[in-house]
Design a protein around this ligand. Structure first.
Ligand code: PLP
Length: 623
């Protein structure tokens, strides 16, 4: 567990069993139940779903919602705060119906609501939500959006229009008059405090969302002159996602409170302070101020927010608002993991070599052998430089046709052998020479994983997000290899080559050698936030199967929902092919081949059956 940091980043949800399997854990009235992920993989495969699979464990989603609400409640009780916590889940972080349904179902006793940023998200939120939960509408709103939100008001929903830009207010006022429904309005402000992290363009003056101070005053004045100031009840700000430093959060909340207080003084009946998202997930488990980590606990997050709001508002004698947060990542990240098998491994290892260069070998090959023979005594950096020089010279000669394939192959092999010897001795050095710092990575294995980075883990490619990657089994055995992971796409960006390592990143992952006739399974963890709908169809690898399970008290698991991944026909239809037309066209080709005598009618039938089976098949590698 220590090698992969499972207990550091696992949030208490993941551990290892004695047999070396990774387990996922749930609690039942204080009793902990752990189920092996390998057992779940076996159960999924027995049900006919091949890898890769996106696994959701519902208990984890429930546990996170409970924890967020309970921790805020505890902080509020402890501080004697006189408002409530009202969480909302931002739909964009994971829109999948099953996730939203579970958040609504489990979150109901906490009044956990939803945040919608588009018409589509509003529609799904309206269909799912209970009346007493908050429904926060962010994003650009046209008349259709606003009408729908107003009708929701009429039905009794606590639906807030958060004004992101000044142009929205006139439409809201006009539609409110037209339908005779009074809205609930929030104002989104640009907090000038700039926060650190990978996702922070949402804060600061240049943020594309939120009102400037001048615009905010204009909104207040318009509402006053329209006799509508009583509809302004919420202040909204969002500092960014995955904020690693609690100090940034404190400063941002303090500034938001200043806005809140002045809106109260302007006469608005303010009741809610919505602090947006930003609560980080410790993907590294390092508890550090690092883009993939966080230097605070959930306890600290909640109690610091409560404390800052109190200490800022109390001296001004302003009533405590209900605190709203829109935590997305921290709510859903833990519950989903991508499980896949490894198809093959490429090793960068020298084949057995003769002691001495063969007779008639090229001078440069002889030089390489000499470098190899001298390794024990020579300086490592110097030997490496020499070997690299001779190898590159051979490559040049090969290009010019002056050295043949066998000679080049021998030279490459000697070079590889030298590089490996040098790499093996680096550990013993007090300081690794700069010129050799990447040598080990350049010799690392490539494990070919049955998945697509672009479909399943788009943020690793787009913004360098690092997720924990861990073998699902064999933890009772030391991983003796170091590798990176390449996906199925024919794209050099389709790889995982940054991994967590304590408080930093590493370029390779410790892995086990493959065994003949045995699958090797890996899991990418904490990937329930943002990845599912951001993913794309690069190389036409489609949606993976999605299996939701619930761990039960008996130490087993129940399959709650199975959604089959895209078939080849599905992905082809997404790019405007008609599978039936494709089949008909191919049948004509086969029939023409029969006419020309190239194939028999029987062969035609077999070919067409295979074609048809392919259309119905999974887009990933099938064993
Ligand atoms: N609220 C708003 C307005 C956002 O833009 C976002 C995402 O960036 C969130 C909430 C969710 O943030 P997080 O996933 O950090 O909780």
């Amino acid at each position: 567990a220590a090698l992969y940091g499972i207990r550091d980043w696992g949030g208490g949800f993941f551990d290892l069993a004695e047999n070396g399997d990774v387990t996922v854990k749930a609690r039942f009235n204080g009793k902990e139940v752990a189920v092996s992920l390998m057992e779940i993989v076996a159960g999924i495969e027995e049900r006919g779903h091949g890898m890769p699979v996106l696994l959701r464990v519902e208990n984890l989603l429930d546990a996170r919602i409970a924890l967020l609400n309970e921790t805020f409640r505890a902080a509020i009780a402890k501080a004697g705060y006189r408002g409530e916590y009202r969480g909302v889940f931002p739909v964009k972080v994971n829109q999948q119906a099953h996730v939203i349904e579970e958040i609504i179902r489990f979150g109901a006793p906490y009044g956990h609501g939803l945040e919608a940023g588009s018409k589509a998200e509003l529609v799904l939120a309206l269909a799912a939500l209970h009346e007493d939960a908050l429904l926060i509408c962010n994003g650009y709103k046209d008349q259709e959006f606003i009408d729908l939100g107003l009708w929701a008001r009429k039905l009794g929903y606590r639906c807030f229009f958060v004004i992101e830009s000044p142009s929205e207010l006139p439409i809201i006022l006009e539609r409110s008059r037209a339908l005779g429904i009074r809205p609930l309005i929030g104002a989104r402000v640009k907090v000038s405090a700039k926060v650190g992290g990978l996702w922070t363009e949402t804060s600061g003056d240049r943020s594309s969302f939120g009102l400037s101070t001048t615009q905010l005053i204009a909104v207040v004045d318009t509402l006053k002159s329209e006799g509508m100031l009583d509809t302004l009840q919420l202040l909204h700000c969002h500092l960014g996602s995955q904020i690693p430093d609690i100090q940034d959060i404190r400063i941002g909340v303090q500034e938001a409170c200043r806005y809140y207080a002045d809106l109260v003084r302007e006469g608005a009946p303010m009741a809610y302070l919505d602090l947006g998202g930003g609560l980080a997930v410790d993907y590294m488990g390092a508890r550090a101020n690092h883009v993939h980590s966080q230097n605070y606990s959930l306890d600290e997050y909640c109690s610091d927010i409560v404390e800052v709001v109190m200490t800022t508002l109390d001296p001004q004698e302003i009533a405590h608002p209900h605190i709203v947060t829109e935590s997305g990542r921290a709510t859903v990240a833990y519950a989903s993991m991508l499980l896949f098998n490894v198809l093959d491994v490429m090793h960068f290892e020298a084949a057995p070599l003769p002691e001495a260069p063969p007779e008639g070998a090229h001078e440069l090959v002889k030089n390489l052998f000499a470098v190899m023979g001298n390794l024990a005594a020579a300086d490592l950096q110097e030997s490496y430089n020499d070997a690299l020089y001779y190898r590159d010279e051979i490559r040049d000669l090969f290009k010019r046709g002056q050295v043949n394939l066998r000679e080049r192959s021998l030279a490459e092999n000697v070079f590889l052998s030298i590089a490996q010897h040098i790499a093996a001795r680096l550990d013993a050095l007090a300081k690794i020479p700069t010129g050799l710092s990447d040598l080990r990575e350049s010799l690392a294995d490539i494990y070919y994983g049955n998945f697509s980075v672009f479909q399943s883990l788009p943020d690793t490619w787009a913004i360098g997000q690092v997720f924990p990657v861990v073998p699902l089994h064999r933890h009772d055995e030391r991983p003796t290899r170091e590798g990176i992971i390449s996906d199925l796409t024919c794209d050099c960006d389709g790889k995982l080559d940054a991994f967590i390592a304590g408080s930093g990143e590493r370029k390779t992952l410790p892995l086990h050698p493959l065994r003949p006739e045995e699958e090797y399974y890996l899991g990418v963890f904490l990937m329930g936030a943002y990845q599912e709908t951001l993913g794309d169809l690069h190389n036409l690898f489609g949606d993976t199967h999605v299996i939701s399970v619930r761990i039960n008290e008996n130490g087993g698991f129940d399959v709650i929902k199975e959604i089959s991944g895209d078939t080849i026909a599905d992905v082809l239809s997404y790019v405007e092919y008609n599978p039936q037309t494709l089949f008909d066209g191919f049948r004509d080709t086969a029939e023409a081949a029969v006419r020309k005598g190239k194939i028999t009618v029987g062969e035609r039938q077999r070919i067409l059956e295979d074609f048809s089976a392919s259309l119905r098949g999974y887009t990933y590698y099938e064993r």
